[in-house]
Design a protein around this ligand. Sequence first.
Ligand code: ARG
Length: 626
Amino acid sequence: MANIQRRLDDRLTAAIRGLFPEAADAPAIVMQAQDERFGDYQANGAMALAKRLGKNPRDVAAEIVAAADLSGIAENVEIAGPGFINITLSPDWLAAQLAEVLADERLGVPSPAQRQTIVVDYSAPNLAKEMHVGHLRSTIIGDALVRVLDFLGHTVVRQNHMGDWGTQIGMLIEHLADDRHVWDAVLDLPMRGERCIPRSLLPDLEVFYREAKQRFDSDARFAQRARMRVVDFQTPGGSESREVWKRIRQTSLAHAQEVYERLGVRLKPEDVRGESAYENALFDVIVALMSAMENGPSKYTESEGAQCVFLNDAEGKPRFVSKEGDPLPLIVQKSDEGYLYATTDLAAIAFRTGFFKELASGPDGSPEAQSPQADQILYVVDARQSLHFRMVFECAYQAEFADRDKHDLKHVDFGMMLGSDNRPFKTREGGTVKLMDLIDEAEGRAFDLVTEKNPDLPEDDRRRIAHVVGIGALKYADLAQNRTKDYVFSWDKMLSLDGNTAPYMQYAFARIHSIARKGGLDLADLVRHPAADEGFALAEPAERRLAVALLQFAETVETVAADCLPHVLCGYLYRLAGAFMGFYETCPVLKSEKAVRASRLRLCGLTAKVIEKGLNLLGIETAKRM
Ligand code: ARG
């Protein structure tokens, strides 16, 4: 089935191998043509190949074209400029491919050559704080990747690595302990299931947390007590500190789950395996590190009372240095014996790859767990943690918690969400923006928009559509940007009905439904597999353009998965919707004569299906009416 780009690449590569065995590894470099005048695809490999062979690039291109078997696929192959190969696909071949895609539940997307088990580590909010925009990107991007990888056919293991352990929480608990009323109020919270805990506690906790942090930073005695409190709440048994910890944790979990449900994110309570879950594995990590580093180029040592790994390359030179050029240690245990963020991440890697076959039940009461034996682990985390992950990954490889050839550890980093002033996105008062408030506002603004367009629709319907549009706009605005860059958040832009936005895509989808309705048809009628003598007629340039765009869904999804770049899918959907609008303007559908009408209705139906699936992979819903 269709991944056109790869199919062409395979044919041209085969030609290169046959012609030039001395340069058999030379790539054909096939890509989608940027300009229609140059055909549908372009191969640019002849130039580099010619240079390598000491030949004229146009001659090399001509030899490749003569030898390549593109019969049936291409209608026209031309050599242009210094040695570009321009390929125009044959309309008959396109029509046959479309008929196959129409009959295929996967819309032409092939299964991966190798099914993998992929852990996606995303969202990961911290305890005692309401979720804020800082976790929005991780949650949305991570969820889109989960959906894409799952659709391709990989085994996807979602992991919510919540920050539920450590000094911060010690501070908070110590601070709460100073106020008997608050302390008792927390202890009185019921502890059955996750939902019975009132989340109204959370805004207060956040204030307490800020106060605690201030005291910790300014009062050495408080800081000392807070550290002792860490030991107290981390020790199993029924201490009050521990009971308080459990309640704060449950409250935070219930809140996060509420956010996920409103956002339509796939994370479930059972996907939470927070930092605390690795508690019983941390000592083993230290032991394994000590023995692994004994004979290697890296060193496990004590430095200023802390246990550190100095990561070196094979020649013994430091892999990570500070700006001043000093070797940077990866600290795994503090002088007070407490473990760190890095230690927990190392334990998590060892568990996820299967170096640790199982995880004992954690202090949070999580059951014992078997390693997912991941082939790949994706960390959807802020770019500012890049050094942390580079060091942790390197350490994990050197300690053989992961194998460089077998386990792909990838930091899927992302930039910041900025306000219109190009500074980090904040409330008018300069505070962090809470995710719940952002969601409320998105739905509220979408509701106004929907009401303006359909004042006569019953309010329930308008609310339902506003949810689909508002959440869709919020997600799409984020996903449409190259994740590695910062982006400026703008309500007006993301709710606009034209441009690369969710409402634009959703509108295109609704429009196709209305075409079907006008013809007295249902969308399902449009996409029924045609009989052999029907199929697609692609006489008009706009029909042809739409056909090519529809068939590029497969290669788009594969690229998104390979590079973890959801914006590639947004860009594709935007082009597809544009091709559809162009087609709809120039090619009458319902008024055409029978065979043409049927083909055009099928193009409409298939476009709706691809848009729906594409948005679904981004975690965005559609509505038949808007
Ligand atoms: N809780 C962390 C934060 O809010 C993110 C955790 C990311 N995942 C991980 N395995 N380190 O910054």
